[in-house]
Structure formats: C-alpha cells, structure tokens
Write a protein that binds this ligand. Structure first.
Ligand SMILES: Cc1ncc(COP(=O)(O)O)c(C=O)c1O
Length: 401
C-alpha cells in the first residue's frame, strides 16, 4: 500500500491474482454462452442500441500510451447509465421463473402476450438504490407491466428521486445509508411476498444478483467487439458493491484466460470495502461502516457482494481507493477533450477511472503503481463511463467549481 500526493490515491496489488490454483472462484457463469444469452435478450428490448466506444487517441498520445477507449453508457436506452442491462435481465429472468416461462433464451417479446402481461401486473418488485439501479428497475417494471417500490439512502438528491418517481415507481428516501436501504428492502420483500431485485449478493441471496451481473456482460462484449482485434492490455473499473467489476473479471478470465488484461478495481476512499478487504489479507470480505460520504453516489457502498468478492479476490490485479477530486478530474477531462477526441459526458461514478489514469500517467508520485501495472507506450487502456450526468445540477457544480 502506498499513499500518493497530490490526490492521496491509495493502491494495493493482489499477490494471488496471477497464481494458478484449482480452488479459485468459478467464472463459468460469465462465459460465452451466458454472454450470448444476455446480448440476445437485450436486443429484444424496446429502444435498445449498442452504446458508442469513445476514442481518446489524442489524450493517449499526450499521456504516452497507445490508446484510451471509453465505453459511453450515457447513451444506454435513454436512461443515462448502464444499469438497465442488469435490472432488465434479472427482473425478466425472475418473472419467467414465477410464470413458468422458459428462462433460457429469454426474450422481452415473450412478456408482451395478453395472457402473460395480465399475470405480470399482479407482481410487485422492490429494490434499494443510490439512483441508477433503482431507475433501471423502475423502467424495466414499467416496460414489463409490474409495480415497483424503490428505497433510497439518506442524502439522495431530489433530482435522482424525481427521475425514478417519473417512471411510476413508489419511491422514498429512508433514514439510513445504502446498506441499510438494502436490508430494509429485503425485509419488505419477505413480509409482502414481493420480488427483491437487488444488485448485490449475500449468503442466501445469490440467484438474482448473479443475473444482474450476467446482464452487464452485454456491455463488456459490445466494447471488445467495437475495440477490434487488439485486446486491451489494461482495464480500470469502478466499484460499489462489486457486481459490475466482478462480472467484468469473470468475463475477462473466460475470454482471455491467463492472457487477460490487468484489471484495476477503483473505489471511493470513504467506501473502499474491497481495498480494505484485500489489505486485511485474510481472504474475507470486510465492510466499511459510516456515512460513506462521497460524490460518487453509485460507488458509495460499504458491503462487498459475496459473489463479486470471490471473483475479485482471486483474479483482480490491483485495488485503488480514490478521493472525490479524482472523479472530478475525470469528469472535466472527458467533458473537455483534446481536439479530435470524442467527448463523453460522464457523471461522478462514471469518470473516476479516467481521473485515476490521468493522475497515474502524469504524476511521478504514482510511478510505482504504473510500474506495478507495467503500463508503457504500448498500453491499450479500456474504461467504462457507466453514467452520464444523472444529476445534471451536481454535474455542472463539480465541473465548473
Ligand atoms: C454509474 C455507476 N457506476 C458503477 C457502479 C458500481 O456498480 P457495483 O455496485 O455493481 O459495483 C454503479 C452502482 O450503482 C453505478 O451507478
């Protein structure tokens, strides 16, 4: 571990990541077949289009690497974030099970027949969210025709609350943090017989979050298809509960095996539960308590998902904890590109990885991290801007001030 000025980025390498072992977490849920299922399902969604892969060639040259590419999820289904990929897949899969529809080769159109849609209207789903996942669940519930109840943590901005309410969901802010909201949602689901569509897993709740993670496979696969034949050498991914990064890690292991790109998992300093867990060196996930105070609302989670934890513990190469200023740097650079580069409007949780890359390649204080990652002029870097300006006023405040 090393604390680095000027922005106090902490990082730690994971010594077991490249060591072969038969007892490592199983990645087969993220293989090519699972990816094909997710992609086919998403193609059947109304308004579905692949999102663009932005080329930041000038920036790459400026920073001394071969390429920087950023998947721009602000264009995803008009929802300004990637989360619909997981929510739509998991909710449809769960409803298919309840209605005895074939869950393999799921297609959105199967839910549209009058017989099926009449039955769906009897269901209510519930979730806890810091914004994007709840909006995605509300959107999917509306498309499929069931009711949705959404719980949000204390400190949620009005804009995020209203954007979910506008989709017809029963939405409220609770007196507690994200992890409290998850527990509350699980309790209400149990008591009322509602479907809990949560994007994090715990010991007796794994099926739905696994489907959420499989839904994210569409984004990774689109990106690598768009990137062309030369695979990235380095991928940086932002992390809240870890379903996004765990799914990506599983996908990379399945696709590339030992020749996979180096993966760096990036968290906010005040909600760095994976960083802390790796630092503890006991193989167990450790939670971070408290307010989890950060502008990166989507990453403000203190409790690792049990599925994601095992994948990242066993395979991810580096873990980094970043203060809010790093996310702000990423937002500014992506929103104000060098002439000739694509512009990406990236929100607080979407931009932290680019902020880290910019710091890493510019500041001698981070030379040791650059070396540990073996980043040189041949590096091909892939990032995911997982949200646009999901809270436009906050976006403007951060970028301008
Ligand atoms: C925009 C955005 N990016 C990344 C993440 C992180 O995903 P996960 O919580 O699965 O780690 C989230 C989670 O809500 C998010 O909203």
């Amino acid at each position: 571990m090393k604390d680095c000025l000027p922005e106090k980025i902490s990082w730690i390498t994971n010594p077991g990541a490249r060591q072969p072992s038969t007892s490592k977490a199983n990645t087969s849920s993220f293989n090519a077949t699972a990816t094909g299922h997710a992609r086919r399902f998403h193609r059947s969604l109304p308004t579905f289009q692949p999102t663009p892969l932005a080329d930041l060639d000038r920036l790459a040259r400026h920073l001394g690497v071969a390429s920087i590419r950023v998947k721009d999820e602000s264009h995803r289904c008009g929802l300004n974030a990637f989360k619909i990929l997981g929510a739509s897949y998991a909710l449809s899969w769960h409803l298919a099970q309840k209605l005895d529809l074939p869950a393999e080769n799921l297609s959105f159109t199967e839910f549209q027949s009058p017989r099926v849609s009449a039955r769906i209207s009897e269901f209510t789903c519930i979730t806890a969210t810091d914004g994007n996942h709840g909006r995605a669940v509300a959107w999917a519930a509306r498309q499929l025709g069931c009711s949705a109840v959404i719980l949000m943590p204390r400190g949620t901005t009005r804009a995020r609350l209203e954007s979910i309410k506008a989709l017809g969901a029963d939405t409220s802010i609770i007196d507690g943090n994200y992890d409290d909201a998850v527990q509350l949602a699980a309790g209400q689901a149990r008591r009322n017989g509602w479907l809990l569509i949560q994007d994090t897993a715990w010991s007796d709740y794994e099926d739905i979050p696994l489907r959420v993670m499989q839904g994210y496979l569409t984004m990774f696969d689109e990106a690598l298809e768009q990137a062309g034949p030369e695979a990235p050498t380095h991928v940086f991914i932002q992390c809240g509960v870890g379903s996004l990064s765990g799914s990506l890690q599983g996908y990379l292991v399945e696709k590339y095996g030992d020749r996979r790109p180096l993966l760096t998992v990036v968290e906010p300093t005040r909600a760095a539960c994976y960083y802390r867990s790796i630092q503890a060196e006991d193989g167990k996930p450790h939670r971070v308590d408290g307010k989890l105070d950060t502008i990166m609302a989507g990453l403000a989670c203190g409790d690792p998902s049990v599925i994601a934890w095992e994948l990242l513990r066993d395979y991810a190469d580096v873990f980094a904890a970043c203060p809010d200023a790093v996310a702000a740097t990423g937002m500014r650079v992506l929103g104000n590109p060098l002439a000739g580069d694509d512009r990406v409007i990236s929100g607080e949780s979407g931009a932290v990885t680019l902020g880290l890359v910019v710091n890493l390649l510019r500041h001698p204080e981070l030379e040791a991290m650059k070396k540990a990652l073996n980043i040189n002029s041949d590096a091909r870097i892939l990032l995911f801007s997982t949200e646009g300006d999901t809270d436009p006023e906050l976006y403007r405040k951060i970028v301008w001030n």
